[in-house]
Design a protein around this ligand. Structure first.
Ligand SMILES: *Cc1c(COP(=O)(O)O)cnc(C)c1O
Length: 431
């Protein structure tokens, strides 16, 4: 073996992976596929460069062209989310959250959060960014039936413990959060409300989910690669205008949290790809968000009719891109493995009452990627059948996998992005 062989080996795995996903049903709720034009930015020269600071105020020379790109990304983010402030530099949703925590709360101070078992993300848990910052975490009460924060309980809790921050971060996000009420209570005790929209940014921008900045959230953080189908990365948005000294200082602290707080180089090629993703979402986002949610609702209904236990039945199962299934005590892992063997990629997930995240009782399913490759309500019926065959009828997984590969043949093109205007980019070919 030469080192060249090792190079070939890794390249081959990447090609295999392209093929693997092109033949499967990718249904992980946090995943998506990147448009060809975003992809082009990732192999541009921006990748090799450093720009610390903000446009026009750099520590390195050679940033003038990138400055225009970052300024454009900020301008497009503000248009897309109809807000007054955007920081597009975070390299992930987690670092965006860490930057916010660095800016607004000190070790030992208190924040209110959702429990992990109830769908919170690890970055607001004690093993994640909140733990790294040494924050004292107190959980909101939760209403299992409505799969939502118990709003009266949350308001009481905030009034009682007077936290520095009221955090709302959700990776299981079926229904909008009661932001108005929580924001009011938080502001009454001098706390900021932070809405982590990692999962739902694309739905919010597509005007199909609550707009937390209008409902009273001080900041919205999030990932730029989930329902917002951009490059992996993070963003921080706010409606604060920075008109008073206090407000100026608030926004300056946020920027300072990102750099130098939690990043040095902030992946300029990703910032360029974010700008393109924002513009593509301004063009196609509304249509995409509508279909993504329609697909999730259709799939939930079809799974329910075939005998699956789907959360949120009384409320129409979901108002987002996600579905949560209860699959039997500690059976999540086994079920997700069975589906994967059959060509359906999902993830096991905790459901209310679960204590061990490695042995959960649920499955989380998402429709963002299937929607992007052109699937609609009709295909959701076929997909529910595949789930039934794999999990309820225990059919042979090799047979299901072959059928799914055949089914996917008609869905090999990316939608909701600029394509025909530019030639030469192939969605599945790696190089
Ligand atoms: C995915 C997710 C994150 C983390 O985002 P990364 O970009 O993967 O670091 C943060 N918060 C929530 C609620 C998420 O679902």
């Amino acid at each position: 073996m030469s080192w060249l062989d090792e190079v070939k080996y890794v390249r081959k795995q990447a090609k295999l992976n392209n093929k693997f996903f092109a033949d499967s049903l990718p249904m992980i709720a946090s995943e998506n596929v990147l448009s060809p034009l975003c992809r082009e930015m990732l192999i541009s020269d921006f990748h090799g460069r450093y720009a610390e600071g903000t446009p026009g105020k750099r520590y390195y020379e050679g940033c003038e062209i990138f400055d225009r790109v970052e300024e454009k990304a900020i301008e497009l983010a503000k248009k897309l989310f109809k807000c007054n402030f955007a920081d597009v530099r975070s390299t992930a949703g987690t670092t965006a959250n860490l930057a916010v925590l660095k800016a607004l709360i000190k070790p030992g101070e208190t924040a209110c959060v959702l429990d992990l078992a109830n769908g919170a993300h690890i970055s607001f848990g004690k093993w994640g960014a909140a733990g790294v910052r040494g924050i004292n975490l107190i959980s909101y009460p939760f209403n299992d039936e409505e799969m939502n924060i118990d709003v009266d309980g949350a308001v009481k809790l905030i009034k009682k413990v007077k936290p520095k921050l009221a955090l709302n971060g959700r990776s299981v996000f079926l229904f909008p959060s009661p932001i108005k009420e929580i924001a009011e209570a938080a502001h009454d005790v001098g706390a900021y409300l932070i809405y982590d929209g990692a999962h739902v940014l694309g739905l919010i921008a597509g005007k199909q989910f609550q707009d937390p900045l209008i409902e009273g959230a001080d900041l919205m953080s999030g990932s730029t690669h989930k329902t917002l189908p951009g490059p992996q990365g993070g963003v921080i948005l706010s409606n604060h205008k920075g008109e008073t000294d206090e407000d100026k200082s608030f926004l300056r602290k946020i920027g300072f949290g990102v750099f130098p707080g939690v990043s040095s180089s902030y992946h300029l090629h990703h910032v360029a790809a974010k700008a393109i993703a924002f513009a593509e979402h301004l063009e196609f986002g509304e249509e995409y968000a509508i279909q993504t949610i329609k697909n999730a609702q259709a799939l939930a209904q079809n799974l329910f009719e075939r005998g699956f236990e789907v959360f949120g039945e009384k409320l129409g199962f979901t108002k987002s891109h996600q579905i949560l299934l209860s699959i039997g005590p500690k059976k999540g892992k086994e079920a997700s493995k069975k589906l994967a063997d059959s060509g359906i990629i999902t993830n096991m997930n905790t459901i209310p009452g679960d204590e061990d995240p490695l042995n959960p009782s649920g499955l989380r399913i998402g429709t963002p990627e299937l929607t992007r490759i052109g699937m609609k309500e009709k295909e959701m019926q076929d997909i529910a059948d595949f789930y039934m065959r794999a999990l309820l009828k225990n059919e042979n997984s090799t047979k299901i996998k072959a059928d799914i590969k055949e089914f996917r043949k008609d869905f090999q093109e990316l939608h909701y992005c600029f394509k025909k205007e530019f030639r030469g980019y192939d969605y599945h070919k790696l190089v």
